[in-house]
Each structure stands twice: as structure tokens, then as C-alpha cells.
Write a protein that binds this ligand. Structure first.
Ligand code: GAP
Length: 543
């Protein structure tokens, strides 16, 4: 794994070296869009999920949990609209060749009098100008100054940019956006990416048999007919894997209302795997084909669902920030109407400033009664609820966060470098300043040397006491004490405890802080209580 961006490269190298994240089946060359978590990554991910669960379910009077299947009935995705319209529109800049999600570009409707295309060098600007003149907009008037290519915009319609030309106006088709970076309007026809992924019990041989039989039974049929027959067979044998978790909640709603006798508003939450057939994955674990989501559905009576969505986005932003070191790197962005998913009337994204730019980590959407009504109409029309005096269709405001994206954002947030000791070959060394609540290892315990049985014995007993107190603890006796501290700085462990001769003589241990690197003595009888208090305090300090 090598990335252009040095921070992304450093984070992904550390993640691999320290057992956070590995590519799936890496001995065999990996599987596109899939990664696995090692011992520390699994704990980090679980700790983030625990924090989310606490904020969303256990700390809430009206928060409830559900856990649903990865495979739903195929009709669910027809009813929800995902079969037809789900995914993002991607395109390619015809000048740079770069692919991007269409909505990441600048909006064409904001174009003023000049369209200024930005090339990376003067040479490239000349090359692009020739391509524009010869292929993309012959006759359009273009001026090159340095690395800028300027064209005069006469007007913009829903489908065209009308440019000033040598022999009258030149119409250039647009797709609503300019390419990010170059500001080129010359884009390939956008295509949907991130549609449904499928799974089935059918072997490739059985699928091949189906295919041969369809061709034999329908000799003379057109290509389109054969394609449709084979598609139907494929769908019969393969089920869509859920691209989002939410649909199960809409179907469970009536059962939940009847079983726990809850009045609206209340919420259902779940964490689980989702699958999308992304054509373009990465960087690293940012966009995956198999990933985990943390979703919460707030069911309301119809009034105020828009207001609720805004309030929820404020809550969610402060949750992301509460576990971060550089809090301002998380921000919320209200989506324009034309960027909304098919089921939403308004939405706010939470974004993190990743090394390559600000990108979505969570989406808060007002789904109104869209899904409940759609499933009700498709099923038995039982989508009205009653509060004694009136009947209504509940509305849903959903928050949907990516757990893998959270891991990636918090790893980037925590990554730092310190001067390395002068006796090593490197000048700097990495430190993961993870928030205490999500740090995988809460405390590491060491005997100062491994060949003093009495120190080893005390260290092992102390480690056991930490574990019994509910703190994930690592015991280590390999390498020098300095190397062990450096290793645990890389793993993000907030405190290390060393047992030495003072423990026997004075009853004290050395407590070493990851953040300050200060080493302080503490009575061995006090240290478990002190760290339990530290971890249970609900303060916002990072360690
Ligand atoms: N139920 C609503 C929903 O799924 P979304 O905006 O498509 O909404 C929600 O996805 C979150 O899921 C995103 O903000 C992102 O964090 C995560 N996510 C979506 N696609 C992903 C992918 N291909 N890889 C990793 N995470 C993804």
C-alpha cells in the first residue's frame, strides 16, 4: 500500500505494522475494496462502536436496539427504490483523465462571466487548449495566460454552457458540475457507481449451465431477450446484499410498536455490515465494497421532522468532535436539494478533513414517511399509527455513520510525530494520540527486566487486577523499557506502568504518560483505582 499523500502513507503503514488494518487475503494479492482488522484495529473499532452505542441507545430514554439480516427479500430493494436509483454518479474529466464523484465538483450554475480552466503547468495548458480547440469545443474563443485557459460564458442553461465563439455561440453540454481542481466542464457522460452487490448459493458451474440452457432453449432469440432471461435467472438465484441497514427498521416498526408499547418519538439503532458494488474504491479504507454502518432511525409524528434533522446533526457533530484531538477537522455541511439521496427531502453530512480533502463520514437525512409509506403500500397498507385521537404516518430522521470511516478519521486525527531518541536510525517516530475512550490498549504493564522473577510476578498480578477492573491491559517483558514505551506510543496506549526495585523497596510503580512522556511514582496499591477513575471520568480530555 503506497499513497501519494505522506500522511495517508504514514497512517496506513503504521496501521499495518501495528496490527490495526490489513488487506483481505493479502497473501493472494488482496480483494478489491476489502480490508480486515487485526488485534488493535478490532479493539479501536469496537471502542468507537461502544461510544456510538452509548450515545445513541444506552444513554437515551427512548433509544432501542435492533439487529437485522444482511440479506433481505429482493422486493425490499424494489420498494425502497435502491434497485433503480441507488448509487453515486461518477464521471471522468476529459482533460485530466481523473475520475470523481460528480457532486464533488463545483456547480456549473454558479459560473459567472468567465470560465477559467486551471492546468498544472504552462505546457499542459497549451496541450489542453489544443484538445479543446480540436475536439471538445471547436470554434470557442480561448485565451491562455500562464496555466489558465479562459473562455467567455454567454449564458448557462440546464444542459449547456454557451460560450463565446469565433463564428457565434458554441454550445457545450454540461452535467451540472466542473471537475474539482481543473474546473473543466468537459466531462464523460456520468455513470452510476456503488449499486447493489449480490450473493448466492449458486456455483459458477451451475450459472454456466443456466446460461447454456437459456441459449439452447431460446435459439433465434434476440440478444436483448437472452440478456433479460439470464438477468431474471441470476436474480432468482442471487440475492442483493443490503447496501444500507435501514430498510429492516421500516419493516420492523409495527412489531416494535406492538412489542414495547412505545409512544412516538423513539429511535431504533443498529450496527452492521453493508455492501456496495463500488467501481472505484479507496483511498485505503475510505470507500469499500464491504463496510460497517452505525445507523439510528428517529421515528416521529409528522411535525418538525426537518427541525429534528437539523438538531440531530448538531448532536452528531459534537459526538464526532468529542473523540477527536483536532476537533475543527470535523464539520457539518447541509446538502443542496440536487445532491440528496432519492428518499430524502433534506440532509446534512458530517465531513472530516482527510489528508486528500474534506469527505463525508456520516449522513443525517430527513427520510420523511417515504420508506414507511412505500413498504406499507407494497405490503398491507398498515402504515398508519394512532395516538388515541388521531391517525398519522410516522416520519423518520436517520443518522448513518461509517464505522470504517470513523476508524480512518480517528487514526488520521491521532497521528503525530515526535523526535526519535538519538541512538536510533530514524529522526522522528510516530505517536498515536488517540482519545482515551477509543484507545485499544488502556494500560501496559512491564517488569523493568524480564529476569527478575519477583518483579515479573508483581507485574503479572497487577496486569490481572487491571483486567479484572475492566481495562484492556497488555503485559510485556521483551526489549528495553525505552523501546516498550515507544512501541506503546505507536499503539496509542495512554499509560504504561513499570515495576522496578522501588516497587519492592517503597511499594511504588512508575506511571508513564503517552501524552506528556512524564514518568511519576505512584503507590502500587493506588494505581488500579487511579486509572479506573481516569477512564470512567466523562471529561473531554484526550488522555
Ligand atoms: N442509510 C443511509 C445511508 O446508507 P449513505 O450516505 O449512503 O447513507 C452512510 O451512507 C455512511 O456510510 C456514509 O456517510 C459513510 O460513512 C458510510 N459509507 C457509505 N458508503 C461507503 C463505502 N463504500 N465504504 C465505506 N463507508 C461507506
Amino acid at each position: 500500500m503506497a499513497f501519494k499523500d505522506p500522511l495517508l502513507n504514514a497512517v496506513s503503514n503504521l496501521a499495518r505494522r501495528r496490527g490495526f488494518i490489513f488487506p483481505t487475503s493479502h497473501h493472494y494479492g488482496g480483494v478489491e475494496g476489502r480490508y480486515e482488522y487485526g488485534p488493535l484495529g478490532t479493539l479501536l473499532k469496537q471502542n468507537i462502536a461502544k461510544e456510538w452505542w452509548r450515545a445513541t441507545v444506552t444513554d437515551k430514554e427512548n433509544g432501542f436496539a435492533i439487529d437485522s439480516s444482511v440479506v433481505q427479500h429482493p422486493q425490499v430493494w424494489e420498494t425502497s427504490g435502491h434497485s433503480k436509483v441507488f448509487g453515486d454518479r461518477w464521471t471522468r474529466d476529459l482533460l485530466t483523465g481523473e475520475q470523481f464523484k460528480l457532486t464533488k465538483g463545483e456547480k456549473v450554475k454558479h459560473l459567472q462571466s468567465d470560465l477559467v480552466i486551471k492546468a498544472p503547468s504552462k505546457k499542459e495548458a497549451q496541450k489542453w487548449r489544443n484538445i479543446i480547440k480540436q475536439e471538445l469545443a471547436p470554434n470557442a474563443r480561448t485565451f491562455t495566460q500562464g496555466t489558465d485557459i479562459t473562455m467567455r460564458v454567454e449564458s448557462v442553461t440546464d444542459s449547456h454552457i454557451i460560450l463565446a465563439g469565433n463564428d457565434g455561440p458554441v454550445h457545450v453540454v454540461h452535467h451540472g458540475y466542473l471537475a474539482p481542481g481543473s474546473r473543466s466542464p468537459f466531462l464523460h457522460e456520468p455513470r452510476m457507481q456503488g449499486g447493489l452487490s449480490y450473493c448466492g448459493d449458486t456455483s459458477p458451474e451451475e450459472m454456466a449451465e443456466d446460461f447454456v440452457k437459456i441459449v439452447e432453449d431460446n435459439s433465434g432469440a434476440s440478444r436483448a431477450t437472452l440478456k433479460q432471461l439470464f438477468t431474471d435467472k441470476y436474480k432468482e438465484r442471487n440475492r442483493p446484499l443490503r447496501p444500507e441497514l435501514a430498510q429492516a427498521a421500516f419493516q420492523q416498526l409495527n412489531f416494535v410498536c406492538n412489542s414495547i408499547d412505545k409512544r412516538f418519538p423513539f429511535s431504533l439503532a443498529q450496527i452492521g455490515k453493508a455492501f456496495r458494488n463500488e467501481l472505484s474504491c479507496g483511498p485505503f479504507i475510505y470507500r469499500l465494497k464491504e463496510f460497517e454502518q452505525m445507523e439510528c432511525y428517529h421515528f416521529l409524528e409528522t411535525e418538525n421532522s426537518e427541525r429534528h434533522a437539523l438538531d440531530l446533526s448538531i448532536d452528531r457533530l459534537s459526538w464526532w468532535r468529542s473523540l477527536a484531538r483536532k476537533r475543527s477537522n470535523f464539520k457539518s455541511v447541509e446538502l443542496d436539494k440536487d445532491d440528496l439521496a432519492h428518499y430524502a427531502t433534506n440532509a446534512v453530512d458530517i465531513e472530516y478533513e482527510f489528508p486528500w480533502g474534506s469527505e463525508e463520514v456520516e449522513s443525517i437525512a430527513n427520510r420523511t414517511d417515504y420508506d414507511i409509506r412505500a413498504h406499507g403500500e407494497a405490503y398491507d397498507n398498515t402504515f398508519h399509527h394512532h395516538d388515541g385521537t388521531r391517525s398519522f404516518v410516522p416520519h423518520c430522521v436517520e443518522s448513518s455513520a461509517g464505522l470504517d470511516r470513523a476508524v480512518m478519521a480517528y487514526l488520521c486525527d491521532a497521528y503525530d510525530q515526535r523526535n526519535a531518541a538519538s541512538d536510533t536510525t530514524r529522526t522522528v517516530r510516530p505517536v498515536l494520540s488517540l482519545h482515551k475512550r477509543i484507545a485499544p490498549v488502556k494500560v501496559a504493564v512491564f517488569p523493568i527486566v524480564h529476569n527478575k522473577p519477583e518483579l515479573v510476578q508483581i507485574a503479572r498480578v497487577l496486569a490481572k487486577e487491571f483486567r479484572a477492573a475492566g481495562l484492556y491491559t497488555m503485559y510485556s517483558e521483551v526489549n528495553s523499557i525505552g523501546k516498550r514505551y515507544v512501541d506503546h506510543d505507536e499503539m496509542g496506549t495512554p499509560y504504561c506502568i513499570t515495576i522496578d526495585s522501588d516497587t519492592i523497596e517503597k511499594g511504588t510503580v512508575t506511571v508513564r504518560s503517552r501524552n506528556t512522556m512524564v514518568q511519576e511514582p505512584m503507590l502500587v496499591t493506588d494505581v488500579v483505582g487511579a486509572l479506573v477513575t481516569f477512564y470512567s471520568r466523562d471529561d473531554l480530555s484526550a488522555s
